[in-house]
Design a protein around this ligand. Structure first.
Ligand SMILES: *[C@@H]1O[C@H](CO)[C@@H](O)[C@H](O)[C@H]1NC(C)=O
Ligand SMILES: *[C@@H]1O[C@H](CO)[C@@H](O)[C@H](O)[C@H]1NC(C)=O
Length: 464
């Protein structure tokens, strides 16, 4: 529309004026490209340092702005960034190499020179964030390596490209000396200048969790990439949310996320049956078109009381860590054969677990890719709530229906088909999937209008 109006107006003005408009347009382009950071310049890539430091220069033209995440913040200064994990209150002063270590930092802030090149990962949730940003090969050291789901990280581990932290402290100290930072602590560690605490999995929302891409990106000057990957996952998520809600049944199925805590030394040998209350599970359920089951109390001392509480639930997500099949489920929750048909989730065969994709040692991809790939996670959940969506042949990644005895997909080193390719979200493109096509309205940007106008006027002037 904007374009059409523009062209018609040009048609009506005199030849001289047409040139005038073209010049204005060109000027507008030039000024914009200088003023809008990212078009004219970018952050220094990994292997470059500042030469000829000038205190007045802004060394970070590419910036990331935190939109929805609540557990981290980023503040830019000319040659350094203050990145804060707000859950642990740990502050990282990331300063550009070739510029001075910043003075007058907040108490306890850890100065870290960027870009970091070699990193250790002590929690598997960091892996997909680094991989989506294109920095899988920066991972040189791993802890909890038995639980890694990423095929290419498993493969690098097998080939020795990635080393493993052991319980030999001497060896660990040598290994850690070779990395710039270690991602994955859940608590601030002021004694270790390289330890970077993370909290992506606790940030209360699906997009909040995805936005931790920006946190990781600051260490690599890769904010432009983070903004791009985050923007795409978020847009795809919003599209799936619309799709699910447009097609939601009038009576939304009730989804309960439940857990059985078996008697152990950690609970004085007292079992309990629980209903989850987590912000991201509620949001995921509702955005998928379901109703999140919430009740008081959330924890029960007998399975009979628990079963009474969930008697009207339509769909179960069983988060019990041990017990991978339907027989285990019935036994853990005390559902006897004669009781089974009383429950809609049994009759409807709607009992799911989060172990749809694991490594050969039961290392859960749910704790890895599902945190960073919010759009793919929503697709899985939509299919749980409404098995005809997002498409009839949809193959869930993480949520596995044990009532239908679905198999676990094993993610091993053999699944790393291209070690040089970085990870992308496993979600389908929602715009392509949307049966009715959501009719995405693309507002023609001013730049584009101007460009078309220039072409049009030039064309008209030359040939008429
Ligand atoms: C620990 O590692 C160091 C360095 O490789 C080695 O010299 C030492 O023998 C190791 N200690 C044990 C108990 O294996
Ligand atoms: C890995 O490859 C095997 C063999 O092709 C396949 O059966 C399995 O589903 C793959 N795993 C994943 C997570 O895609």
């Amino acid at each position: 529309m904007a374009r059409l109006t523009f062209s018609i107006n040009f048609n009506e003005v005199s030849g001289f004026l047409q040139y005038y408009v073209v010049i204005i347009c060109a000027f507008f382009f030039l000024v914009s490209s200088i003023l809008i950071p990212g078009i004219s310049s970018q952050n220094l890539p990994m292997n470059q340092c500042v030469t000829g430091y000038n205190a007045d220069n802004d060394y970070f033209p590419d910036k990331a702005t935190v939109e929805t995440a609540t557990l981290f913040s980023i503040n830019y200064f000319k040659s350094y960034k203050l990145v804060t994990n707000k859950q642990t209150n740990e502050i990282f002063a990331l300063y550009q190499c070739g510029t001075p270590i910043p003075a007058n930092l907040p108490a306890g802030a850890k100065p870290i020179q960027i870009s970091v090149k070699n990193v250790a990962v002590t929690d598997t949730s960091a892996i997909p964030f680094l991989d989506l940003l294109g920095f899988r090969s920066s991972i040189k050291l791993l802890d909890t390596s038995d639980l890694v789901s990423s095929p290419c990280v498993q493969s690098a581990k097998d080939s020795g490209t990635i080393s493993i932290l052991t319980n030999n402290q001497t060896l660990n100290t040598i290994e850690l000396a070779g990395v710039d930072v270690s991602f994955g602590a859940f608590q601030a560690n002021p004694a270790d200048p390289k330890s970077v605490s993370i909290a992506a999995a606790s940030d209360p929302g699906i997009i909040n969790r995805v936005e931790w891409l920006k946190f990781y990106s600051t260490f690599f000057n890769a904010e432009a990439k983070a903004n791009d990957v985050y923007g795409k996952i978020k847009a795809n998520y919003e599209c799936y949310k619309n799709l699910a809600n447009k097609n939601a049944p009038s009576a939304k199925p009730i989804v309960a996320w439940v857990n059985y805590d078996a008697p152990s030394e950690f609970n004085q040998n007292t079992p309990s049956w629980q209903i989850a209350d987590a912000a991201f599970k509620k949001q995921l359920t509702e955005d998928a078109g379901g109703a999140y089951f919430n009740v008081t109390p959330l924890s029960y001392a007998t399975s009979a009381d628990f079963l009474k509480a969930i008697q009207n639930v339509d769909i179960i997500i069983d988060e019990t860590f041990v017990g991978s099949n339907i027989a285990d489920f019935y036994s853990n929750f005390g559902i006897t054969p004669d009781q089974q048909q009383q429950f809609k989730f049994v009759k409807n065969q709607a009992i799911y677990r989060e172990d749809g994709t694991t490594n050969p040692n039961d290392g859960r991809d749910w704790l890895e890719n599902a945190i960073a790939m919010g759009d793919a996670l929503l697709e899985d959940m939509i299919n749980v709530v409404n098995p005809k969506l997002p498409k009839s042949d949809y193959n869930r990644i993480w949520l596995r229906n044990i009532a239908k005895n679905e198999p676990i997909k094993i993610s091993s080193a053999a699944n790393c088909t291209n070690p040089d390719q970085s990870l992308t979200s496993k979600a389908d493109d929602c715009a392509a999937v949307s049966a009715k096509g959501t009719g995405a309205i693309s507002s023609t940007p001013t730049f584009f209008s101007c460009f078309i106008a220039i072409i049009f006027v030039t064309f008209v002037t030359l040939f008429i």
